[in-house]
Design a protein around this ligand. Structure first.
Ligand code: ADP
Length: 525
């Protein structure tokens, strides 16, 4: 080592984390520091005086002419580390000591490069995924909305974001206008933009129908309250203004949120919704067909119900005629009889109206209805069957008058199905003292309806299947009653189950969510 080099490379240089190599103008290595010893795995005494290519086989041929006019050169080389692994070294050469020697500063950038590469690959993978997914994806710049919300928060006036958004729909639209579309995938272009990607790279506002604004607001609330994601069904709009049902999902991963970017996924539900609508139509039609069939089964009751007032009308009419044919007609008596005729005619008309509603195929309408009133209505239809079957019938109706959200006619249908099944089971088994009890009760936030008989019960092997369509144990049975009852109840958020033991009767239990503050369409009973 020259005296100069040894002064230049004092112990201070060993503290530098970069690999420092002092080289002559001919490229020969004069010495290097501790970091270079560690990386390249050779003590400085061993390399002193060696030519560059003897130590670094892969380096480009040494050429001092590489140095620029200020005496510097920068470049990257691949060198072999002590453990034999290739390392990417970023080099900086600089003339020192009045131009007699060259100081080489080397940064091992292998790890940084690998990280950059991994990032590039992951970005590439993400882009590929973004493009290849079957759903529509949007990358949005949410930063301006973040600023709007920040400014609003600073005023201190807002504590309840959902309430604020609900009260200021124009602010929600403004947030939409401030949300810029950075990128969309091909699916999005096909679904929203009639093939024109550029047309989509605006704000998100045109794609949100007015009625869906609360969903946008809810997703902003989710984003600002630290939720990880938000998903819901809503309606969105194409660039041509065509609305469609969609599953909307927004992801708020912290790293993208910090950059102000948001990822949105949209799945077109048009076909699913169409299929659901077809299914709902089919269920309504099935329920209707089953009601018509039930009416057939109830025809004796209905005829009896209508005949009674008709008979009374005829009798009262005849009596009235007699009072009129007297020498001194008793008009007071005739008035009383005529009043009875009118009320009997109204009773008959009421029965006909009920049969009509049950037979009509109008789509179900969900309104608050009194469960007790439903039982009363259904019981009128069943009276005759109950009497004919010699069954003792009791109702135990809850004094709370539970009110549920349901279609009145459909709920009546459920009660009639359960009661008729009970009557048929008891008469089929020849029960000695057949009894049918219908109860209503409230239990927490649920209404409970029970239809209980003391018939043969349901054998173990049939229990799991009675709610299946077309499962029947009756000759001529359709096996649709319980399946329809179940689907009606599910549609209004309820459920049905059975408690039974062979030979010990059956108790069908229906649960429905109680209506919170609905007023019944029926009078309370
Ligand atoms: P169906 O009355 O046409 O058979 P359902 O779906 O109403 O169709 O009933 C399915 C089956 O469930 C009946 O065939 C019967 O075996 C059983 N079941 C229903 N209710 C009772 C009951 N109360 N007691 C005993 N078995 C019953």
């Amino acid at each position: 080592m020259t005296p100069r080099a040894s002064t230049a490379l004092g112990s201070l240089f060993d503290l530098v984390p970069e690999c420092l190599v002092l080289r002559g103008r001919d490229g020969r290595i004069l010495t290097w520091n501790a970091a270079a010893e560690r990386l390249y795995g050779r003590p400085r005494a061993e390399v002193a005086g060696l030519a560059g290519h003897e130590v670094f086989a892969g380096d480009p041929a040494w050429d001092p002419a590489l140095l620029d006019p200020t005496g510097e050169w920068r470049g990257e080389v691949t060198r072999t580390a002590a453990d034999g692994s290739p390392r990417t070294i970023r080099l900086h050469w600089q003339l020192v000591d009045g131009g007699l020697e060259i100081l080489e500063i080397g940064h091992d950038i292998t790890l940084a490069r690998a990280a950059e590469e991994a990032l590039r690959k992951s970005e590439h993978r993400y882009r590929n995924l973004f493009q290849a997914m079957a759903a529509s994806f949007w990358e949005l710049d949410f930063y301006p909305v973040g600023e709007m919300l920040y400014r609003l928060r600073k005023t201190g006036a807002i504590t309840d974001w959902p309430a604020h958004f609900a009260a200021h729909p124009e602010f929600v639209r403004e947030m939409m206008r401030a949300t810029r579309v950075i990128d969309v995938n091909d699916q999005t272009v096909a679904l929203f933009g009639r093939g024109d990607k550029q047309a989509l790279l605006t704000s998100v506002e045109p794609f949100w129908p007015e009625a869906s604004s609360p969903v946008f607001a809810a997703s902003v609330v989710a984003a600002v309250t630290g939720a990880q994601n938000y998903a819901t069904e809503t309606r969105l709009r194409t660039i041509d203004g065509v609305e469609f049902p969609a599953l909307f999902t927004a992801c708020f991963p912290p790293d993208t949120m910090n950059k102000g970017t948001l990822l949105i996924g949209v799945i077109d539900l048009t076909e699913r919704v169409a299929a659901q609508e077809a299914l709902a139509r089919m269920q309504t039609e099935m329920a209707h067909a089953s009601r018509v069939a039930l009416l057939g089964e109830l025809s004796a009751s209905i005829a009896h119900e209508v005949n009674q007032p008709l008979g009374a009308i005829a009798a009262n009419g005849a009596a009235g005629m007699r009072w009129l044919s007297r020498e001194e007609p008793d008009l007071g008596e005739v008035r009383a009889l005529t009043e009875r005729i009118i009320s009997d005619a109204q009773r008959a008309a009421e029965i006909v109206k009920r049969v009509r509603t049950l037979a009509s195929g109008v789509p179900p309408e969900r309104l608050p209805v009194s469960l007790n009133a439903i039982i009363r209505d259904a019981a009128t239809f069943l009276q005759h069957e109950i009497r004919d079957a010699g069954v003792s019938f009791a109702t135990r109706l809850s004094p709370d008058s539970p009110v549920v959200q349901a279609d009145r006619v459909q709920l009546q249908q459920v009660v009639v199905i359960l009661a008729l099944n009970a009557l048929q089971a008891m008469s089929g088994a020849g029960s000695a003292r057949p009894a049918l009890t219908i109860r209503t009760a409230t239990e927490g936030d649920e209404a409970r309806l029970e239809v209980e008989d003391n018939g043969p019960g349901i054998p173990e092997e049939a229990r799991a299947r009675i709610f299946d369509s077309f499962f029947t144990t009756k000759p001529g049975g359709m096996g649709l009653g319980l399946a329809i009852a179940q689907s009606i109840l599910r549609d209004c958020g309820g459920s049905i189950g059975v408690e039974t033991a062979q030979g010990a009767g059956a108790r069908f239990v229906v649960r429905l969510p109680l209506c919170e503050n609905g007023s019944p369409t029926h009078t309370k009973v």
